[in-house]
Structures are given as structure tokens and as C-alpha cells.
Design a binder for this molecule. Structure first.
Ligand SMILES: Nc1nc2c(c(=O)[nH]1)N[C@H]1C(S)=C(S)[C@@H](COP(=O)(O)O)O[C@H]1N2
Ligand SMILES: [Mo]
Length: 244
């Protein structure tokens, strides 16, 4: 019944908390309410020679105003694990963009097509606007019928099912719409970050072919899952010292 997995992916029965190692022990400071900041750092009315104008607005909780959707999709981590059939709840990024973002843009919104997404734990990623406007891309606040747990991105995350997991930023709190990508520096090692990271095309990273990265990454999965589990356990014990 299942469709074949994308190239190089292997199914995992569970859905581990995951990411680059420094994030194993970093957590968001605010999970009880959604608070999203939207900005247009180089779309201001100042002359081009001036520093970026950084016109920004707190939009609060965009999910309160937009049609809710539920979507079941597979989740593909670049290190080759796939978790199938996750049921996400939230709003479509395209609705958020059309109804909230575009009307706030101080200049031509169509010119600000390079999107940077930032998280409360310091993680960041970028995608072209056209990729984010695909109907499968959500701002999600629910997973399998429950509010997003801390492990999976409370209180709000991006879900971009056609892209590797590193584009689906958890604990999302800031989105920037840039006309130019020249001010953006990806997190971590450059070869690990593809500007689009489409799963179907195996765009795992840059310069190194996807099939080679499979073999580099696969041995790291077990250790990474263990570190992220340990980080979560330590945090629980700090918050509730009685619990073991
Ligand atoms: N804020 C934040 N977002 C993140 C990460 C992270 O460490 N911090 N890890 C990324 C990676 S590499 C993956 S595979 C997925 C993992 O999502 P999960 O922890 O819900 O399984 O989140 C992505 N988004
Ligand atoms: Mo990942």
C-alpha cells in the first residue's frame, strides 16, 4: 500500500527528537503561547545605501485568524531516517503569507522571495518563497491530535514535507522576507545546507552528492538520537527534580 520511500531513505518506526548536536540541550523559553514576528529587513523605504531598514511586526498567533487544516505526511531527515504518516494540524503557509504577510510588506512583496526562518533555540533555516507556498507546507501547532510537544517543536513549527527535515524548523518565532540572500549565513558547515533540500531530488547538501552524504550521515543517527533523548531527560529532571 505504501508508496516507495524517496532515494536513500529508510523507515523508522518511532519519531525521535533530532537535529544538530548543539541543539540537543537548547530549549525554547516560551512554549505556552505562539508569538510570531515577521519582518522585511531589506524592503524598507530608506535609500539602498542605508543599513537594512528592518521593518517588522509582531503578528502574534497567526493560527487564530486562518483556516485550520489537518494533513498526514511523511517526515524525511537528511541523515536517511523517515517517519511515515504523521498527522499535523495548523494553517497553510500560503494562507499565512497571502492574508497576513503580503499586506504588511512596505514595498512590493513579490520582490522579497528569500525567506529566513528562525527558532527560539537559535536554529535557523531558509527557503525560497515559492517552495513555502506549496500547499503541503504548514505552520503546525498540533501533532497526532495533541498540541506540539517540546520534543517536536512547541509551540509552533514549520512542516515542509517535500524538503529534508532541517528545513522544518521547530520552536519557530521569527520569519524574515528578504529581497537578497547576501546577508544570510547558514548555520554550521556549508556543505550540509542546500538552499532548497528537496527530498525527491536528493538535495541533501551542496557540492557533495546526496548518495555520498547518505553514507556519511547514517552512522551518526544512533548517537544523535541518544544525545537528544539525554538532553530532554536532563531538562525534565531539572524542571521536576523528583522525577526519575
Ligand atoms: N529549532 C530547531 N528546529 C529543528 C532542529 C533543531 O535542532 N532545532 N532540527 C532539525 C532537524 S535536522 C530535523 S531532522 C527535524 C527533527 O524534528 P523532530 O525533532 O521533531 O523529529 O527538526 C529540524 N528542525
Ligand atoms: Mo535532520
Amino acid at each position: 500500500m505504501n508508496t516507495p520511500l524517496p532515494p536513500g531513505q529508510r523507515e523508522r518506526p518511532d519519531f525521535p527528537r533530532f537535529g544538530l548536536l548543539p541543539f540537543a540541550t537548547r530549549f525554547p523559553s516560551q512554549t505556552d503561547r505562539i508569538d510570531l514576528h515577521v519582518s522585511f529587513p531589506d524592503s524598507g523605504t530608506a535609500p539602498a545605501s542605508a543599513p537594512p531598514a528592518n521593518v517588522g511586526t509582531d503578528v502574534g498567533n497567526p493560527l487564530a485568524q486562518l483556516p485550520r487544516v489537518e494533513q498526514t505526511s511523511d517526515f524525511h531527515c537528511v541523515t536517511t531516517w523517515t517517519r511515515r504518516g504523521l498527522r499535523w494540524g495548523g494553517v497553510r503557509f500560503a494562507d499565512f503569507y497571502e492574508q497576513i504577510v503580503a499586506p504588511l510588506c512596505p514595498a512590493d512583496p513579490a520582490a522579497a522571495r528569500f525567506v529566513v526562518l528562525r527558532a527560539q533555540d537559535g536554529a535557523r533555516t531558509s527557503l525560497p518563497l515559492e517552495d513555502l507556498l506549496s500547499p503541503g507546507v504548514l505552520l503546525a501547532d498540533h501533532l497526532d491530535g495533541q498540541p506540539l510537544p517540546m520534543e517536536h517543536g512547541a509551540p509552533l513549527r514549520l512542516i515542509a514535507p517535500a524538503h529534508y527535515g532541517y528545513k522544518s524548523v521547530k520552536h519557530l518565532n521569527r520569519i524574515e522576507f528578504w529581497r537578497s540572500d547576501e546577508h544570510y549565513r547558514p548555520y554550521g558547515l556549508r556543505f550540509m545546507v542546500h538552499p532548497r533540500a528537496r527530498v525527491a531530488l536528493e538535495e541533501r547538501g551542496q557540492w557533495v552528492p546526496g548518495w555520498l552524504l547518505r553514507h556519511l550521515y547514517r552512522p551518526l543517527i544512533g548517537m544523535t538520537v541518544a544525545r537528544f533523548e539525554h538532553g530532554m531527560r536532563e531538562r525534565r529532571e531539572t524542571l521536576d527534580p523528583g522525577e526519575k
